[in-house]
Design a protein around this ligand. Sequence first.
Ligand code: MG
Length: 436
Amino acid sequence: MKPLARRSFLRGAAGAAAGVFSLPRLSAAVQTATSPYRRPKLKITDIRTAWIRSQNVQLHVRVYTDQGLTGQGEATDSAIGGAAIINGIVDSKAAQSMGQTSLYFGGMRSSLIGQDPLNVDNLWERLRTSGIWGGAQGGQYVTAMSAIEAALWDLTGKAVGLPVYQLLGGKMRDRIRLYCDGVPNGRSEPAKAECKQVLDMGFTAVKTDIGFRGRGGTEGPKWTAETLDFEQMVDAVAFVREAFPKSVGIGVDLHGGADMTSGKRLAIKLEPFDLMWLEEPVPPDNIDAMRDIREATSTPICCGENLFLRYGFRELFEKRATDIAMPDFQKCGGLLEGRKIADMAHTYFVPIAPHCVVSPIGTMASAHVCAAIPNFLCLEFHWRPRLEQWRTICKEGDVIEKGFITIPDRPGIGVEMDDVAARKYSMPGTPFFEAL
Ligand code: MG
């Protein structure tokens, strides 16, 4: 390369690098390279949020455009700061001190207004790279991004008249198998009756929570299980195994509640039950420890609900630390990021059983990803609070049949929030999609 040419190349590279720091507008090349005859021309005009009360609080995000089309997405778990990250902060006191009427600290919203919402991955990449000093490696920043990304896919689907699964590569399956989480294991008549109720609803997989750690006890945190702890946990799993026929798969969640040796011993003691999986016997913070447990037992290990982005899952797969991965598409980075994680898992022949604790909006968004990936196993569903939500805040009503969701062919995600009904569940003192 000639010196002059090399210098001009470096200048161009420096300009490109500087661009990622401040979420620049899309380049003219991207805007004009698309056909005006086939491709809708849209601009984002606003992004608004709503908090909905359920078993946990749900953050809903709606993207508005200059042509009246809207898209909706949802964030969960590490979403409590999500509205501020999306909306930015209006500080009138600081503004007064500076002689202004308002002072705005821009969030993701200000970066996205005016942009073309159909360039979903481009906007995603820019939000992420411009936020690397603001926590874009995981947690609330990525969770907020996940809701926006899902809303952009819903919007894109509506704009081009196609369901989201089509935009993610097309359909591998028509129906999405749900597993019913939260089945009781306390050896009581009411627990037995509830298991029977779940079985009668047609679910082909269930999950139950076990543990031995006291919360806030005077002795402090407990990580090591002893004889009676093991007996109680094994008996809890035995109860669930007896309550369901062998045609129903059983997952068990320890919520990262044990030290490595206790997790390993428990996984081995549970081998006779031939579980679908034991979920996070230790926290996901040390992938080597998770791998050591996996290598010591024939009980399949499941991990991933608190990992973020492809980058967060890479080590899990490379170290063969899990048998099943459970990204949460409402927090791991979004629907396409979920597809990318699933594809990475598939290169290691690891199946996907997504974590899912959201409303019908988020559940159906997750279901579209599940429809599009080859290595799907089953999708989480908490039947008591979530079923109630299908019947109240979702215009389409309860679409779950015998433990399966049939993927709709309607454009976008294919379900809509009933605003009149949903507003009743809005968190007091928070906006319900009102403009800021
Ligand atoms: Mg879990």
